[in-house]
Ligand binder design. Sequence first.
Ligand SMILES: C[S@@+](CC[C@H](N)C(=O)[O-])C[C@H]1O[C@@H](n2cnc3c(N)ncnc32)[C@H](O)[C@@H]1O
Length: 240
Amino acid sequence: MATPEELFEGDADRAGYVRGMFGDISARYDLMNTLMTGGRHHAWRKAAAGALVRPGDAVLDVGCGTGDLSFACLNAGAGYVFGLDFARPMVVRARQKAVERRAGIVSFGVGDATRLPVGDETFDVWCSAFVVRNIPDLDAALSEAWRVLKPGGRVGILEIPRMERGLLRPGARVHFQHVIPRVGRLVSGHSSAYRYLPVSVDHFLTPDELSARLRMAGFEVRRVRTFMFGTVALHVAEKP
Ligand SMILES: C[S@@+](CC[C@H](N)C(=O)[O-])C[C@H]1O[C@@H](n2cnc3c(N)ncnc32)[C@H](O)[C@@H]1O
């Protein structure tokens, strides 16, 4: 079994690890989000949905997990939301939550962000929360976002960016590298999921680097907003 660090080396199957790991922790995923963020995670998804969704929009939530960004988009006025995730147990949980909440026009399916099972120019919004850091071929995912968006469509990415050195960095490091792995192991029962998280952040992009990747994919970056002392970033971009 590869260590979290080894998953970022050579030809390690990081996507395979991510798919299996999220399948394993699906039952405790929502609880861990609340514990890790002090309950703030819902407010970030609400802010993302508010910045992206216009009334009646068709929204694609990529890496939907248990569906919370999809539900936030519905609450923001989306006409239809399709949530997609490659870990089937997360999709099952999202479907259960949709039934429990009597959520409106939403459906959830199993699929990969780098090979979207949807047609060209079918969505007004492509969004993802805490997903793209886990996708080894980010450019393929952005190219798929471009393909499925209508002209004028919006991309929204909520993520934990790599942190540059700064005053708050040591505090954030203690939280990510020591608190989260210990609490995560206890709560989820998974030995590496919450050790993988800080490693994946360290291998991810800064907000400026993510903006550059979005521009390389052809998008115009409209807005970058950070939350929780810069530990979470929302990028909003547009397909011209
Ligand atoms: C940290 S969870 C985020 C879930 C949800 N978006 C949220 O806000 O709670 C990351 C999710 O992305 C999914 N994921 C990662 N890579 C993916 C890919 N290439 N295609 C589809 N889903 C992917 C994982 O299975 C997992 O459910």
